[in-house]
Design a protein around this ligand. Structure first.
Ligand code: HEM
Length: 465
C-alpha cells in the first residue's frame, strides 16, 4: 500500500480501453429506478401505518409484501447496482487492468436484474422465504449465489494482475467480495436447511449485520478512499489510521450479529460478546471518520462548491451519528426500552439512506456528467436534490428515534398497546412528509439526469452537423 497514492493519472485512450462507460451509466440508471420503486413501496407502507392505505383490500398490494419489496429493492436493487456501477469505474482505473471479461460484466448485469426483478415478483406473489433480509424466494438463492461468485471473479482478476503496491481501497474491495459471498451463503442456506430454532436466529442475526458490515460498509469506505483524495487532490491524511480502520472492521464486525437479538434465549455470553465488539467497532469507525476529516482539514470551503464532496461528507457525519447512536442502543440498558420500537426503524434509515445512499449519490453526481462530457444541466435542481434528501432523512430519523423512546417507556409502564399506537400516529404522519421530501429529492435528481442527457445528445448532434 502506498501512503501517497491518490490514483495514477491515466490517458483518455487508456480510460476508454479500461472502463465500459455505457455499463456504468446503465447500472446507475437501473439503481435509481429501483430506488424510486422502493421509495414508493415505503410510502405505501407509511400510509398503511396511518390507516390511509390507498390500495386496501388488494392481496397483491398487501403492506407486508410491499414492506419486503421496500427493503429488498433498496438493498439489492439500489445499493448493489450503485456499487457495481462505481466498481466498474474504480477498479480498472486503480489497477490499470480491465475486468476479467467485459462480456461477463454485461451477463452479470442482466442476471442481477433478473434476480432482483424475480425477487420482487416472488415477494409480491407471496413467496417470501421467512428470513429477515433473506426473503428472496428459495429458488432464486442459488442463482444469486452464483452471481456473487462471478462478480468476485470478474473484479478480483484485475486486482490480482495489477503491479505495484495495493492501495487501501483495494483491500476493502477484496475483503468485500469474499465476505459478501460467504455472508450470503451463510444467511440464506444455513437457517433454511441446516439449523433451526434459536441457532437459526443467531445465524440470521449474523447475516443481517454482516450484510451491512461486510458487504455495504467495505464497498462504501473503499470507494470513499478512492474518490475523496481524487476530488480533494491530496492523499488521505493518515495511512496508519486507514490500516486501523480496515483491520478493526475485519476483526470486530463479524462478532456482532447477535446484538439484533439481545434478551433472547441465545446464550448470554454470546450476547455480551456482541455488545462488547459492537462498542469496539464504534471506536474503530471513529478513527476512520477522523482520518477523512483530517484529509478535509484546511479545505472545508470545498463542501460548499463541490457537490460530490458535500454528499460524501454529509454521509460521513450521518455515519458518525449512526455509530454513536449504535454504541448506546446496543447496551442492555437501552435495549430494555428501545427493543422492537421505531427507534430501530429510524436507525435503519439513517444508516442506509443517510450514509451509503448519500455516498452512492455523490459518486453518481461526480461520474455522470463526466461520462456525458457535460456539466449538470441545472445547479438549482442539484441543490433541491441535496437539501430535500438530507433534511428529509434527518427529519425521518429524528422523528422515529424520539418516537421509539416514547413507545419503549409506554410499554415498560405496561400501558395498553393502543395507547402507544395512538400517540405514535402524529409521528407516523410526519414520517410520510419526510418520505415525500426524500422522494421529491430523487425526482429532482431524475429530472436533472434527463435534462443533462438530453443536452449532451443535442451537443453531439450539433458537433456532427
Ligand atoms: C420515501 C421514503 C421512505 C419511506 C416513506 C419509508 C418508509 C418505511 C416504512 C414505513 C418502513 C416500515 C417500518 C415498520 O415496519 O414499522 C420502512 C422500513 C425500512 N426502510 Fe424505509 N422508507 C423510505 C425510504 C427508505 C430508503 C431510501 C431506505 C434505504 C436506503 C430505506 C430503508 C429501510 C429499511 C432498512 C427498513 C427496515 C427497518 C427495520 O426493519 O428496522 N427506506 N421504511
Amino acid at each position: 500500500m502506498n501512503e501517497a497514492t491518490i490514483a495514477t493519472p491515466i490517458t483518455p485512450k487508456q480510460h476508454t480501453e479500461l472502463v465500459d462507460e455505457k455499463l456504468v451509466r446503465l447500472y446507475f440508471i437501473t439503481a435509481l429506478i429501483f430506488l424510486a420503486t422502493s421509495m414508493l413501496a415505503g410510502l405505501l407502507m407509511a400510509m398503511q401505518l396511518i390507516r390511509h392505505n390507498p390500495l386496501r383490500g388488494i392481496e397483491f398490494f398487501s403492506p407486508g409484501r410491499w414492506r419486503m419489496l421496500h427493503t429488498n429493492a433498496v438493498a439489492y436493487g439500489f445499493l448493489a447496482n450503485g456499487f457495481l456501477g462505481a466498481l466498474h469505474w474504480a477498479i480498472p482505473r486503480l489497477t490499470l487492468q480491465p475486468v476479467l471479461d467485459k462480456r461477463l460484466s454485461w451477463l452479470i448485469y442482466a442476471a442481477w436484474q433478473g434476480v432482483v426483478g424475480a425477487t420482487a415478483v416472488g415477494l409480491l406473489l407471496g413467496e417470501a422465504q421467512a428470513l429477515e433480509w433473506g426473503e428472496t424466494p428459495v429458488w432464486i438463492d442459488p442463482v444469486a449465489q452464483l452471481g456473487l461468485l462471478l462478480v468476485a471473479i470478474n473484479f478480483m482478476t484485475p486486482i490480482a494482475r495489477m503491479k505495484g503496491p495495493m492501495y487501501v481501497t483495494l483491500w476493502y474491495f477484496l475483503a468485500a467480495f469474499v465476505w459478501t459471498f460467504l455472508t450470503y451463503a451463510m444467511g440464506n442456506f444455513i437457517p433454511e436447511y441446516v439449523v433451526g430454532g434459536t441457532a437459526a436466529g443467531a445465524v440470521g442475526g449474523l447475516f443481517i449485520h454482516d450484510l451491512v458490515g461486510l458487504f455495504v460498509t467495505p464497498l462504501g469506505w473503499g470507494l470513499m478512499y478512492y474518490f475523496v483524495p481524487i476530488l480533494l487532490k491530496k492523499p488521505i491524511w493518515s495511512h496508519g489510521l486507514s490500516l486501523v480502520g480496515f483491520w478493526g472492521l475485519a476483526f470486530f464486525y463479524p462478532l456482532q450479529g447477535i446484538h439484533h437479538f439481545l434478551y433472547t434465549p441465545i446464550p448470554m455470553f454470546l450476547q455480551y460478546g456482541a455488545v462488547v465488539s459492537t462498542i469496539a467497532v464504534e471506536l474503530v469507525v471513529t478513527t476512520v471518520v477522523i482520518n477523512f476529516f483530517g484529509t478535509l482539514w484546511g479545505n472545508a470551503g470545498v463542501v460548499k462548491t463541490n457537490m460530490p464532496i458535500r454528499w460524501f461528507y454529509t454521509g460521513m457525519i450521518y455515519y458518525f451519528l449512526t455509530c454513536l447512536q449504535c454504541s448506546f442502543q446496543v447496551t442492555l440498558t437501552f435495549q430494555k426500552i428501545i427493543h422492537f420500537s421505531d427507534w430501530v426503524v429510524g436507525h435503519a434509515h439513517m444508516v442506509m439512506f443517510g450514509v451509503f445512499s448519500m455516498w452512492i449519490m455523490g459518486i453518481m453526481l461526480y461520474l455522470y456528467p463526466r461520462m456525458l462530457n457535460r456539466p449538470w444541466a441545472s445547479p438549482k435542481l442539484l441543490e433541491w436534490h441535496y437539501w430535500l434528501s438530507t433534511l428529509g432523512v434527518g427529519f425521518m430519523a429524528a422523528d422515529l428515534i424520539l418516537l421509539g423512546v416514547f413507545q419503549g417507556w409506554s410499554w415498560a409502564a405496561l400501558e395498553p398497546w393502543d395507547a402507544s399506537t395512538d400517540f405514535s400516529y402524529p409521528f407516523w404522519v410526519l414520517r410520510v412528509f419526510a418520505g415525500l421530501a426524500m422522494f421529491g429529492g430523487l425526482l429532482a435528481f431524475l429530472q436533472n439526469i434527463w435534462l443533462t442527457t438530453r443536452a449532451a445528445a443535442a451537443d453531439r448532434l450539433a458537433q456532427k452537423s
